[in-house]
Design a protein around this ligand. Structure first.
Ligand code: XBP
Length: 260
C-alpha cells in the first residue's frame, strides 16, 4: 500500500489559536496607531474571517465604513499601511506573550518526523507572522523542521484558492494523493480539496460549528482521539492524542475525489 508521505499544516487556528487574541488584537492596535476609531470585537472578527488575508480583510471591512477613504487607490494604500503596522504589532505580541501551539500539535509534528513523514506549512498568512510564532516554540531554525513552507507572499491567490497547496506539492515533489492537509476553516478545506488533497479538520474557536462534508475526518483537535468522525478505534496501546497512524488511517479511507 502507498504510504502517507507528508502532512500539510495550516497555521492560524490549526497550529495555534492565533486569531482572537493575536491577529484581532493587533488589527485593533493598528487602527489605534493610525488614529482610527475602528475596532473589531470578537464576534465581528469571526465574521470577517470569511475573508482570508489580513489586507483583503481590511479592504472588505472598508466597504461598509462611511469614514473609509473614497477611492480604491486610497483604500488600498491605507490597507497596506494598516496591515504593515498590524503585522509588526502581531510579531511583537507573539514574542512578548507567546501564543501556545494547540495541544497535541507538537507531539504530532514529532511523530510524523519520527515515522519518516514530511511536515510542511501551507498558510496564506504573512511569513513574518509564521516566523514569530514558530521561532518562539521551535527556535530560530524552526524552518528546518519543515520540508516546505508556503506563506501568503508565495501566492497570488489566497485560500480558498488551491494555489498555496499546489505550490507546496510542487516544492515537495509529491502528488496530492500522497498527502493529507490539516485545516480548521472551510476556506482552508476548500483550498486543500481543490488541490486534490485529503483534509483533516481540527475544529478551532472560530470554526467550532463548521461543517465540512467532504473532509476525510473532522474532530475537536489533535489532543484527543475521542469525538472524531470517522471515529478512531479504541486501543489501550495507542496514545491519547492523534498520531501519524491515525492520520494515515483517515487518509487511506478518504473518498476518491480527494485523492485524484
Ligand atoms: C489565515 C488568514 C490570515 C490571518 C492574518 O490564513 O486568513 O489572514 O488571519 O494574517 P491561514 P495576515 O488559515 O491560511 O493560516 O494578516 O498576515 O494575512
Amino acid at each position: 500500500m502507498t504510504r502517507l508521505r507528508a502532512v500539510l499544516w495550516d497555521v492560524d487556528g490549526t497550529l495555534a489559536e492565533t486569531e482572537r487574541d493575536g491577529h484581532r488584537v493587533a488589527f485593533n492596535q493598528a487602527f489605534e496607531a493610525c488614529g482610527l476609531a475602528w475596532r473589531w470585537d470578537e464576534t465581528s472578527y469571526g465574521e470577517l474571517l470569511a475573508v482570508t488575508g489580513g489586507r483583503e480583510r481590511l479592504l472588505h471591512d472598508m466597504q461598509r465604513r462611511a469614514d473609509a477613504p473614497r477611492t480604491p487607490g486610497e483604500r488600498e494604500a491605507l490597507a497596506r499601511h494598516l496591515h504593515e503596522i498590524k503585522n509588526r504589532c502581531y510579531a511583537e505580541r507573539v514574542e512578548r506573550i507567546g501564543i501556545p501551539l494547540r495541544p497535541g500539535v507538537r507531539g504530532l509534528l514529532e511523530d510524523i518526523a519520527r515515522r519518516g513523514g514530511l511536515n510542511a506549512i501551507v498558510t496564506t498568512t504573512s511569513r513574518g507572522n509564521v516566523d514569530a510564532l514558530l521561532r518562539w516554540h521551535l527556535g530560530a531554525s524552526w524552518a528546518e523542521s519543515f520540508a516546505a513552507v508556503v506563506c501568503g507572499e508565495d501566492v497570488l491567490r489566497k485560500k480558498p484558492d488551491p494555489e498555496a497547496h499546489l505550490e507546496a506539492l510542487r516544492r515537495l515533489g509529491l502528488d496530492a494523493a500522497e498527502v493529507v492537509a490539516i485545516e480548521d476553516a472551510p476556506a482552508g478545506a476548500s483550498a486543500a480539496r481543490a488541490a486534490g488533497c485529503a483534509v483533516v479538520i481540527t475544529r478551532s474557536v472560530y470554526f467550532s460549528q463548521a461543517e465540512v462534508p467532504d473532509a476525510a475526518a473532522i474532530g475537536p483537535g489533535i489532543h484527543s482521539r475521542a469525538g472524531w468522525r470517522p471515529s478512531l478505534p479504541d486501543s489501550q496501546e495507542t496514545a491519547a492524542t492523534v498520531s501519524f497512524d491515525d492520520l494515515e488511517r483517515w487518509w487511506a479511507g478518504a473518498e476518491a475525489p480527494a485523492r485524484r
